[in-house]
Design a protein around this ligand. Sequence first.
Ligand SMILES: Cc1ncc(COP(=O)(O)O)c(C=O)c1O
Length: 375
Amino acid sequence: MRDERGAHGLVRLRGRNGALDVGAGEEDGTHRRSVVAPPASAAAGRQDGDVSADPGSEIPTLADVVAARERIAPYLGPTLLRRYATLSELVGADVWVKHENQNPTGAFKIRGGINLVAQLPEDERERGLIAASTGNHGQSIAYAARAFGVRATICVPADANPLKVDAIRSLGAEIVSHGRDFDEAREHCAALAEREGLRYVHSGNEPQLIAGVATATLELVEQEPEIDVILVPVGGGSGAAGACVVAKAVRPEIEVVGVQSEAAPAAYRSWRERRIVEDAMGTFAEGLATRVGFELPQRILWGHLDDFVLVGEDDLRRAIVQMIDATRQLVEAAGAAALAGALKLRERLHGKRVALICSGGNITLTQLRAVLGDR
Ligand SMILES: Cc1ncc(COP(=O)(O)O)c(C=O)c1O
């Protein structure tokens, strides 16, 4: 598939099933920026403390996503989008799975890491990178740092998924293990960045990360242009924000629905209340385990996300097994959240063409045994 600029700055996307015209309007000076609420920090005082991007930083456009795709293409092939009859029957809709679990690090985040590190200014490359992560963002930054010859340090919570920690280490990054959960690791990371003069790569407040992860949705709408609804798991919200940027530029009728655990609902509540809020964090789904909404993704979600559902921890456990059973592939808890959300919205999705973002597959054998244990 290729894109080319036509008159009026439209980007023409050529897919298997014909062409789509999408407004990207960069060259004619009408740079297409989303009109969304002002930064929450301006009104409410920042609560996500360690925003590394300028709070007024621009929201990525479709043109940024198209450029990101060019940048990541030498490193990542497109992931599979496949329709599953069993999942379609289960949900009562036409169900497709976007297999982001098939990326080299086993998760969608790598798209963002490569897009960001590829554009680092020389002084930041020299300083080296630091990021906080429950694992997949860390793998993404470690992978990209290695590819571009940059030093990386990743802060993980003390009880981080060992599979992900080993993978980060084997990619050559230094591991700093600190705190009871992601947010404690994140706060420690921000302090270390300050002390050591490292470039802090936040997992959500980074336009280039959002543009990078949005390439998954760009592929999706090219692979299946007639899709009606995209369900996206949400932790900090970069994936859902990226899905909004693409879907709303390509075909605004595509509904984008976020899914989060009711045991860690900070992003959900931040979206509903249109302000950054903090809440409990008690989910076993480490990809969804944030205690606070992130400003840049939230600003995009406030403007464009169609709906947001919470699912229970048992719903997630069940969905992992259903996804593995249907797809014959490994799926971690966050990667199964979109299915749990679709089952919750069963009535509303009836007869629609629904895409589930299977965001990652990094489940440990211990976690797998636990979810399969009583089945
Ligand atoms: C597998 C997986 N799914 C979903 C998410 C949530 O992504 P985001 O923070 O962009 O909302 C993550 C975050 O690390 C993840 O690792």
